[in-house]
Write a protein that binds this ligand. Structure first.
Ligand code: ADP
Length: 683
């Protein structure tokens, strides 16, 4: 069986298997064609081998018997080399892409520089190979010449049997004859015999050199040893030298004892070099050319595709960065909270989550979501997680911020795939303000209901006052009539009944006055504006609050101008304002050891100022801006409407009502009203 066939089939099979493995590993269709070709070739040759084995068991083992295998094998190896080349290119490309994605700033080497460097490398290697081969050939030729000279002498001189038995001239003739019979590897080679005196006795190439003295010539250029010395030492030498005419030669000298001479065979160097160039140079040039072209070509291709891949990687990276930027803008500038949890741990949270919860971004990552949730709502989260994953859920939940505040959120949660694992995407809207507003609205609704009940009561009080006034007048009148009757009858009584009747009359009238004031205060203002004495309004208001003042043992410091302080407006409305300010002051000083209220009216050129100051606890700074708001109250049964209504009433007369912190800690309220008719229209 042919060994060359088995080797050839094995190489092809190995190349085919390797290529299939490369293709499977890289999953790249570019290698597909070459792999298919290699597989086909390996199969075809295996079949041929099988056919040959079955048909002819005595196949030749000779390499020359299967010369057609050589080109096929070369093609296989070339295709296999291409597969390896492509493998390198694809791997290189992938590495470039991976590097570019990791660090996009790293530049790719320019293919031109690599191409030129590889060409230079190939040319240098080829040149070195050429010179080494040339040197080797020269050495071989020189050594061959030495051996050839010895062989020729042996053949020419051995026939006589013993040395020196032959005449010198005959010996030389025999050497010349034997030389002429020898087939020479180089046509220009010639044999030379240098006699014991150092003169040329025979030269087959140059008969004219006969008798020439060459004894002093060096064996090789630059050597100290002359030919005569070599002759005397009976040595031998081979290498590059010059002939007597100065042409470079490759020569081999040996001492021939039979004729006591140096015998040399010389070949002109040019001839050997020409032969070498003709035989070897095309191969080396071919290899250099193919290598010089193939290598830069494949390197160029590799870098071209790498650069392309790099550009693609950069652009896909840019696209990624852009989409990341969009995502960042969408989530980070979103007024809603966006967070992602996995196994109940926060794995992502936008800046709104930090803003609302008060936790920093780094504190939030890895935080258990249950830490944020109000204990009552933790179970709700567990319920959501147990429900159908594909279904989104909306729930209202309360969270506890880092500072311990409670906030209401509307949470919408959904299962998603995050970084290859199931996670929960939660979006939340802050409902706290809405919830607070709803609560306030509920409060105000109940307060409004209270107000409307009060207003209805005011109407009722006015009605009752009217009804009671009649019997009170009757009591007063009957008391006077009884007194008059007693006077006329002149009857002596043990008790001072007439003074009692006076008292009944007084009390009935006083009661009637209280009822009247109450009625005036309770009825809605009739809107009629008139010149009103503010001093009288203050006195009436104090009388109305007489009970509270007495019960509280409050000292009233009243400082009114001597003359009337006339303002233009509705007296009932003025009274409502003063009563409200005085009642607040009375309530404020209730707990004080010596409760005091100062009432001071000052007349200016174009305005009147009423100041009511108390020595109560005053109003906290944070609350001062809210006291004129409707429904703002700090009292358990307060309505929070007094100051709001008073302010709007005073402002309707182009006046002002303002608060000032008292110097001794109490509260001061200033009412300023213009004198004369106000400019604003009537309410
Ligand atoms: P209400 O008396 O029903 O609370 P007001 O509008 O009259 O409603 O008063 C609003 C709030 O202003 C009071 O609840 C109280 O906190 C504060 N206030 C008003 N006057 C005084 C005062 N003289 N001293 C201390 N606080 C006062």
């Amino acid at each position: 069986m042919s060994i060359i066939l088995i080797v050839s089939v094995s190489i092809r099979a190995l190349a085919a298997i390797w290529s299939v493995a490369v293709m499977v590993r890289l999953r790249d269709r570019r290698i597909l064609f070459l792999t298919a070709m290699l597989v086909l070739m390996a199969t075809r040759q295996a079949l041929t081998l099988a056919a040959k084995i079955s048909s002819d068991a005595n196949l030749s083992l000779d390499f020359a018997a299967n010369p057609d295998e050589i080109p096929g094998l070369v093609v296989t190896l070339m295709a296999f080399l291409l597969v390896l080349n492509l493998e390198g290119m694809i791997k290189g490309r992938r590495q470039v892409v991976a590097t570019a994605q990791r660090s996009p700033g790293i530049p790719i080497l320019p293919p031109l520089g690599i191409g030129l460097a590889s060409i230079l490398g190939i040319v240098t290697v080829s040149l070195v190979a050429y010179l080494i081969s040339q040197n080797a050939i020269r050495r071989i030729v020189a050594d061959d010449n030495l051996a050839l000279g010895q062989t020729v002498c042996n053949v020419a001189l051995q026939e006589e049997g013993s040395e020196g038995s032959l005449a010198r001239s005959a010996a030389l003739a025999r050497i010349r004859h034997t030389w002429s019979q020898t087939s020479l590897p180089y046509a220009g080679s010639h044999l030379s015999v240098i006699g014991p005196a150092g003169t040329v006795e025979l030269d087959t190439g140059h008969p004219d050199w006969q008798g020439k003295d060459v004894g002093n010539m060096p064996t090789s250029p630059g050597s100290d040893e002359t030919l005569l010395e070599l002759l005397h030492t009976q040595g031998s030498w081979s290498g590059r030298t010059f002939d007597p005419s100065g042409s470079p030669q490759l020569a081999g000298y040996h001492y021939e004892p039979a004729i006591k001479s140096l015998v040399s065979v010389r070949t002109p160097l040019k001839m050997v070099d020409d032969g070498f160039r003709t035989a070897v140079a095309p191969w080396i040039a071919g290899i250099a050319l193919i290598g010089g072209l193939l290598l830069p070509l494949s390197l160029g291709l590799l870098f071209h595709s790498s650069r392309q891949a790099h550009t693609e990687a950069i652009s896909s990276l840019t696209a990624l960065q852009e989409s990341e930027e969009k995502f960042r803008v969408l989530t980070e500038r979103n007024p809603a909270i966006v967070l992602i949890t996995r196994n109940n741990e926060i794995v992502y949270g936008n800046s709104m989550l930090s803003t609302i919860t008060g936790y920093t971004a780094s504190e939030l990552i890895g935080l258990q979501i249950s830490v944020l949730l109000h204990p009552e709502h933790r179970k709700l989260l567990a319920d959501i997680q147990e429900q159908e994953p594909a279904k989104p859920h909306d729930e209202e939940m309360m969270i506890i911020t880092k500072a311990g505040e409670h906030r209401w959120l509307e949470m919408s949660s959904q299962w998603i795939d995050f970084e290859g694992e199931p996670a929960m995407l939660v979006t939340c809207l802050d409902l706290t303000r809405r919830k607070q507003a709803e609560q306030q609205l509920r409060q105000k609704e109940s307060q409004l209901a209270h107000v409307s009940r009060l207003s209805a009561m005011g109407e009722m009080v006015a009605g009752i006052a009217h009804e009671i006034n009649q019997p009170l007048s009757a009591i007063a009148n009957f008391a006077i009539a009884s007194k008059n009757e007693l006077k006329q009858t002149n009857c002596e009584l043990e008790q001072p009944v007439d003074s009692w009747l006076d008292k009944i009359n007084e009390q009935a009238l006083a009661c009637g006055e209280i009822i009247l004031r109450l009625r005036n205060f309770a009825i809605k203002g009739d809107g009629i504006r008139q010149s009103t004495d503010l001093n009288q309004v203050i006195r009436d208001s104090l009388a109305l609050l007489n009970n509270e003042i007495r019960h509280g043992s409050i000292t009233i410091h009243l400082q009114l101008p001597d003359s009337e302080t006339v303002v233009h407006g509705n007296p009932t409305e003025f009274q409502q304002v003063v009563v409200n300010l005085l009642r607040n002051a009375c309530e404020a000083v209730k707990q004080e050891d010596s409760p005091e209220i100062k009432i001071h009216v000052q007349q200016h050129a174009d305005s009147v100022q009423l100041t009511i100051e108390d020595n109560g606890p005053g109003i906290e700074e944070a609350r001062q801006q809210h006291i004129f708001d409707a429904f703002f109250t700090t009292k358990s049964h307060g309505m929070g409407m007094g100051l709001a209504i008073s302010k709007s009433l005073i402002e309707a007369y182009d006046g002002t009502l303002r608060h000032e912190a008292g110097g001794r800690g109490g509260a001061i309220f200033h009412v300023e009203l213009p004198i004369g008719k106000p400019k604003s229209p009537m309410p």
